[in-house]
Design a protein around this ligand. Structure first.
Ligand SMILES: *Cc1c(COP(=O)(O)O)cnc(C)c1O
Length: 468
């Protein structure tokens, strides 16, 4: 399988190169040259299979001949063995026709683990084969950083540098990044927002000399393998609720358009999805875009769901590319306009997008209300991100299709927000008991590209020297 850039000015690459590259050299995102389609028989055969085995069937068409089925199967089994639920992503019913898909049973209590654990196995495999090492650079609104550090810590072929917005992630999120002692882990607090951190990552990728010097690689959801790794749970959940015989609807808490794009991919691959709901908090750029036809950035507002406090949805570019019939020139124009004027018009894509998605934004009161109601009526605790998903499901999912709300984090990851809303602090799982006492290690850097590049380069050189 080959991959092309959404901006049309980078050469196509195979799966292994896309895995290691992250962002295309023309600043675009990689998408597969064609969409693999699974037959209803194949989808039906997923019933009763383990999560790892379904993931292999869903991911293999994207890998092509780059990795053997046997190797991928071993990787998937290793990746998901670290989850603390035998089903990996269990479904819990919360209403007559509504289920919560718990994606937070991995090591860092958020859905990012599902794809990141597999991504780490894939990267390690490819780097070992090529005798290569890389510097992974990532921006995090809270959860990607911990998931990446947990997945890559101790790896001999990878340095992992994570930029997080100073003071804008929860204590638990920060500590998951700052307490690992491994020498290949570098957590960096940036005096800025998540969007600033993400812009730095993009800028470092677009600085080709720097990119080549440090062997830059990315694990944000701009990395195609992250998206591929997330598609599997749409299939697992839908099949459990009657697909492919019966269509299923999903409500997806999203900020960077990564998780919801994985749902769109599942649909393109043949999964019958009735409706796909974009769920946001008050940082509602995506619902506003759907309502007005204009993608227009505003200032980021801090909420109880910090992992969705985002105004630049990177993966939206992938969707625009698809919605436009793969018009790379149009995408370059839109992204140019976004850079210069902080907005662009969807134009004729507006109607296309309304056919593919519905959307709703939850206020902080909506979130608190849903959390309290689910606790009172069902004795079930959801975190504030998941609560945005429940709000969206209630508002915009219609019809008879079973509704699945993606639960993207455990409430235990947001104890302060949960205490404020419910009056009680959810306990961390036993295995994370040491987290709040361990010593933290991170550096704080100004909101400045040169300072950040210098820091990354110093670290990577240091570690290369250390290892001779
Ligand atoms: C990252 C994250 C999201 C948003 O994911 P996208 O990739 O932006 O779709 C939602 N909830 C939680 C808890 C997250 O960590």
């Amino acid at each position: 399988m080959n991959y092309i850039s959404t901006r049309g000015e980078a050469p196509p690459l195979g799966f292994e190169d896309v895995l290691l590259a992250g962002l295309a050299r023309d600043g675009g995102l990689f998408v597969p040259e064609t969409w693999p389609v699974l037959s209803p028989e194949t989808i039906g055969s997923f019933a009763g299979k383990s999560f790892a085995d379904v993931a292999v069937e869903v991911v293999l068409p994207f890998v092509g001949s780059a990795i053997s089925r046997a190797d991928l199967t071993q990787m998937a089994r290793d990746a998901y063995a670290r989850f603390d639920d035998a089903d990996v992503t269990p479904l819990t019913q919360i209403d007559e026709n509504r289920w919560v898909l718990e994606l937070f049973h991995g090591p860092t209590l958020a859905f990012k683990d599902v794809a990141m654990q597999l991504l780490a196995c894939l990267m390690d495999h490819v780097l070992a084969k090529r005798g290569q090492r890389v510097t992974i650079i990532g921006a995090t609104s809270g959860d990607t950083g911990g998931a990446a550090i947990e997945a890559f810590r101790g790896s001999r072929r990878v340095d992992v540098v994570i930029l997080f917005p100073e003071g804008l992630v929860s204590d638990v999120q920060r500590r998951m990044m700052t307490t690992p002692k491994d020498a290949n882990v570098h957590a960096v607090a940036v005096r800025g927002t998540f969007d600033d951190c993400q812009a730095f990552v993009k800028a470092m990728f677009n600085d080709h000399a720097f990119r080549d010097r440090v062997g830059l690689s990315g694990v944000n959801s701009i990395n195609w393998a992250r998206i591929a790794g997330q598609v599997a749970y749409y299939f697992v959940a839908a099949v459990a609720l009657g697909a492919p015989r019966r269509p299923v609807s999903f409500a997806v808490p999203t900020g960077n358009f990564g998780d919801i794009f994985a749902g769109y991919v599942a649909k393109r691959m043949g999964l019958p999805i009735a409706q796909l709901a974009i769920a946001s908090n008050v940082n509602d750029i995506l619902p506003r875009t759907l309502a007005t036809g204009a993608y227009e950035m505003r200032d980021v507002i801090a909420t109880a769901s910090p992992s969705m406090d985002i105004q630049i949805s990177s993966n939206f570019e992938r969707y625009l590319f698809e919605a436009s019939g793969r018009d790379a020139e149009l995408i370059r124009d839109m992204m140019g306009s976004l850079r210069e004027t902080h907005r662009f018009e969807l134009g004729p894509l507006e109607d296309v997008m309304r056919k593919d998605f519905v959307a709703a934004a939850a206020s902080e009161d909506d979130v608190a209300g849903v959390i309290r109601r689910l606790k009172a009526e069902h004795d079930y605790l959801v975190d504030p991100h998941t609560a945005c998903g429940v709000v969206a499901a209630e508002r915009v999912l219609k019809g008879e299709a079973p509704q699945v709300v993606l639960s993207t984090a455990s409430p235990a990851k947001f104890p302060d927000a949960m205490q404020e809303i419910t009056g009680k602090r959810p306990a961390l799982p036993e295995r994370l008991a040491g987290l709040l006492a361990d010593k933290e290690r991170f550096e704080t850097i100004d909101n400045d590209l040169v300072a950040i590049e210098r820091h990354v380069e110093a670290r990577t050189h240091a570690t290369i020297k250390e290892r001779g």
